[in-house]
Design a protein around this ligand. Structure first.
Ligand code: AHR
Length: 649
């Protein structure tokens, strides 16, 4: 007898079926099957795809310190109108200081009122101009005798015909001095077809360093973040931020690692460094800014420390050679958590944050399964022992998870947590969503899925062919991502943290190294991929208890959580199929349910996507569902992701 015939026959016989036949989702509400980790969900970040420079870090000037290229002032050019002439060159003989060992020399040989010459920066794929907006412009400058100004500082249209905002500085001398001024735009239409220009209207020799332009930032913080991008992150309600990587913490070579001590203090003392993703980082967003970023999101840092292994294979031998790196990590933890009276806590206080930040997790390295020397076991042990000796409450994360062979994992000491990374096809995630974590030992170590993301292409994210694809994933990938989130949620007792990667991508030509990415932007606009919307649905509807849900005769994936205080129940449903999926809910021990539930739904053609020009093609919609009781039917839309919010009276 097939199931199809089962119910009618039983009814004819006057027998009540013990379970409704057909597609059924049974939820046991009598008692939770586990606790949802308080650190579910989080964000992962590193400097990739111009995530910070040209992205979240609001600086608008590209190559502000002239260190991006040793041979020429890339991203800068000369502006010289009719009757004006000038040249520019890097000048190592007139550096700003020992950290910024070069300056830009501008030789204005011909200029007069109305015929200025100077320098122009191309920005990060343009310079955004918005109406009635105040910009903070600043730069260091000095001049050869005979020239003391003025320098006109302007934001202009990219053809130079329209000046959106301008102001002058005077008083240049032989000595380096910092100049700061406010530029205010008028009632202009928003555009990114603009440029930042500094000009002189008479001949002279001028040196520049740290030429900067900031628009208004999130909460108006100096050296701050791009507001609309930050808001998108805040809206995800992340519980933690894993930083600074990723490969970015390692660097290609040991000298290119995230050397945190060079990323703090005044910007004039931050030389920046070569990042592994093919461009230099200004380090304007350094350790201190990462911590402020966490605070702005009400999220905890998950701090990755450099562990003596770099991407191209160089490693530091465990033992005495590794000690300075271990000490650096201890100092870094002190910067984050130490009292303002401690050496590094005092540096943090001097930077404006006397109160220590909360820190629970420290990650030792990144993807150390790539270390073919086999040194990670010992390197991890050395770091972990030192961290635990000084900070016994901290939990230490190993970067080799259970997805790697036994002999690559850490054995000398027991990691508190292991970090697993999954970049998978949609189908692979759909499969993994059917029980990958069910067999994991609840005794630990706990699992941190520190990087994950579905790709819908036939090649993986790091493949060059992905350059031809849209930077952000489509609805099909979002279905794979959502399926994976159901698996992590069902096991959120052992999978204590997770974060999608990469988070951010500048959509400008040549800006990216990886796809898919969660959030895209250009100089002026931002948008969320379907996966962003799926994640937001999951992360903003999350209780603290896991309820066991059993799906029978359906391919719909499900996870259920409950808010223990309010008793609100969140049922996440993912239907990857091309037809609506009717399901019968059977809620055991539900008590009295409100008869109307709320459904948040994301459903679209699998190929549908969002883009910088069409940001809202795929968006979540909220509706009401009537007839909710301990047994009720519901249709999960084709290619649909749903959060059903059930209220208990
Ligand atoms: O997320 C992109 C990269 O993927 C990360 O930097 C690295 O950890 C992983 O291989």
């Amino acid at each position: 007898m097939t199931r199809k015939w089962c119910v009618p026959l039983l009814l004819i016989l006057g027998v009540t079926a013990p379970h409704a036949a057909g597609p059924t989702i049974t939820i046991d509400m009598t008692q939770p099957s586990g606790k949802v980790s308080p650190r579910f969900y989080g964000l992962m970040t590193e400097e990739i795809n111009h995530s910070y420079d040209g992205g979240l870090y609001a600086e608008l000037v590209q190559n502000r310190a002239f260190l991006d290229d040793a041979a020429s002032p890339v991203h800068w050019s000369v502006v010289q109108g009719e009757g004006a002439a000038a040249t520019i060159a890097l000048d190592r003989s007139e550096p700003l200081n020992k950290d910024i060992g070069v300056s830009l020399r501008l030789d204005v040989t011909q200029a007069s009122t109305g015929h200025a010459a100077g320098i122009v920066n191309e920005g990060y794929w343009g310079t955004p101009v918005r109406p009635k907006t105040r910009y903070r412009a600043s730069f260091y400058a000095k001049a050869a005798p005979g020239f003391n100004g003025p320098i006109a500082v302007s934001i202009q249209s990219d053809d130079g015909r329209t000046t959106y905002a301008t102001a002058n500085v005077t008083g240049l001398s032989r000595a380096w001095k910092r100049y700061e001024l406010t530029l205010e735009s008028g009632n202009v239409g928003p555009t990114a077809k603009a440029r930042y220009v500094l000009t002189a209207n008479r001949p002279g020799k001028i040196w520049f360093s740290l030429v900067s332009l900031f628009p208004p930032t999130f909460r108006n913080q100096p050296n701050g973040f791009r507001p609309e991008l930050m808001q998108m992150l805040v809206d995800l309600k992340p519980k933690f931020l894993r930083f600074p990587g990723g490969n970015y913490v390692e660097g290609d070579q040991i000298a290119d690692r995230f050397d945190w001590k060079k990323t703090i203090g005044p910007l004039s003392e931050r030389p920046g460094h070569m990042a592994p993703w093919s461009y230099r980082s200004s380090d304007g967003l350094g350790l201190h800014e990462f911590l402020l970023w966490c605070e702005d999101m009400n999220a905890e840092p998950v701090l990755a420390v450099y562990a003596g292994y770099s991407l191209k294979g160089a490693y530091v031998k465990p033992g005495p050679d590794l000690e300075p790196y271990v000490q650096d990590a201890l100092d870094e933890i002190e910067y984050v958590t130490g009292p303002a009276t401690s050496k590094w806590g005092a540096m943090r206080a001097a930077a404006g944050h006397p109160a220590p930040f909360t820190l629970t997790y420290v990650e030792v390295g990144n993807e150390d399964f790539f270390d073919r020397s086999g040194s990670y076991d010992q390197r991890f042990a050395q770091f972990s022992n030192a961290i635990k000796a000084r900070y016994p409450r901290l939990k230490v994360i190993s970067t080799v998870g259970f997805e790697h062979p036994e002999n690559q994992r850490v054995h000398s000491v027991r990691p508190d947590v292991v970090d697993e990374h999954y970049y998978r096809t949609v189908d692979a995630f759909l499969k993994a969503a059917r029980g990958q974590y069910e067999t994991y030992d609840r005794k630990g170590p706990e699992i941190f899925v520190g990087e994950w993301g579905a790709y819908e292409t036939s090649f993986p994210p790091w493949d060059r062919r992905s350059q031809a694809e849209a930077p952000t994933p489509n609805m099909q990938a979002a279905l794979g991502d959502a399926a994976w989130m159901t698996e992590m949620e069902k096991n959120a007792d052992i999978v204590v943290m997770n974060c999608y990667a990469p988070l951010l991508v500048h959509v400008g030509p040549g800006a990216r190294q990886w796809r898919p990415d969660l959030i895209g932007y250009d100089a002026l606009r931002v948008y969320g991929s379907p996966s962003y919307h799926a994640m937001k649905m999951f992360s903003t509807h999350l209780g603290d208890e896991i309820l066991k849900a059993t799906a029978t005769d359906t391919d719909v994936l499900v996870s259920v959580t409950r808010e223990s205080r309010s008793r609100t129940i969140y049922v996440k449903l993912v239907n990857p199929a091309g037809a609506d999926a009717p399901v019968q809910f059977d809620l055991k021990g539900a008590g009295t349910l409100a008869s109307t539930a709320t459904a948040v739904t994301l459903s679209a053609d699998p190929k549908a996507t969002n883009s910088i020009d069409a940001p809202d093609t795929v968006a979540a919609v909220t509706s009401k569902v009537a007839g909710v009781k301990s047994s009720f039917s519901y249709k999960v839309p084709a290619h649909g992701i749903v959060v059903l919010i059930l209220e208990v009276r």
